[in-house]
Design a protein around this ligand. Structure first.
Ligand code: DGI
Ligand code: FE
Ligand code: FE
Length: 195
């Protein structure tokens, strides 16, 4: 299949399963991921496909997300079981393959790890992680304008700033922190210190 038609197909399929606001965000992430791919010599197609699909499991119920994981041998951690929205990455990666017919492990990983990140992310994983946070439709949060600029200057540094902001936000709001988010943050803090 022509890649262009493939993106069109993915967009159409996701649009059916997301409310209008979420789909607006999806389009913002596709667009921003494409721009970052240009900047960091990543495949524009892969960035767009991962951007379109990153939240494909967002507009389904917690029960369904848990069922997708439990039925298919996807490991659910304790914190994910208590906060099943955290599973939309894992469930989304699964759906990307089974329902949307994607065949690329790097795209699956970019979808799976887009909320918490992980240590030593690929360029595509970092692009989706960052695009998700900075896309034009994102609600203004402190530091966002700086991170938007930073994203096009130093991708690792943008990843780190996003993680620091997210952890601050979770500490202030009393949200339960996924150890994965902390592990990722520590990794990129250490990487920045060594650079
Ligand atoms: O799905 P989106 O809203 O587009 O974005 P996302 O998948 O990055 O999810 C964003 C939310 O995830 C945001 O409110 C912060 C939250 N988050 C990130 N890391 C953690 C977390 N929430 C909890 N409870 N624990 C985490 O470690
Ligand atoms: Fe998400
Ligand atoms: Fe998102």
């Amino acid at each position: 299949m022509k890649k262009k038609n493939d993106l069109k197909r993915l967009r159409k399929a996701v649009k059916k399963r997301q409310d209008a606001r979420r789909f607006e965000h999806t389009m913002g992430v596709e667009f921003t991921a494409a721009a970052l791919a240009m900047r960091y010599d990543e495949s524009i197609y892969d960035a767009r496909a991962a951007g379109i699909l990153h939240d494909c499991a967002k507009c389904i119920s917690d029960e369904k997300r848990l069922a997708i994981c439990d039925k298919n041998g996807i490991v659910v951690t304790d914190i994910e079981r208590r906060n099943p929205f955290l599973l939309h990455g894992k469930a989304g990666a699964y759906l990307a393959e089974k329902k949307y017919g994607v065949k690329d492990q790097n795209i699956f990983n970019a979808i799976q790890f887009h909320t918490t990140g992980r240590e030593a992310m690929s360029t595509l994983e970092k692009i989706i992680f960052v695009a998700d946070y900075i896309e034009p439709g994102r609600k203004q949060v402190p530091g966002l304008s700086e991170i938007r600029k930073l994203a096009f200057i130093d991708l690792d540094e943008a990843v780190l700033q996003i993680l620091e902001n997210t952890l601050d936000y979770l500490r202030n709001s009393g949200g339960e922190i996924d150890p994965m988010t902390e592990v990722t943050c520590n990794y990129y803090r250490e990487k920045a210190r060594r650079a």
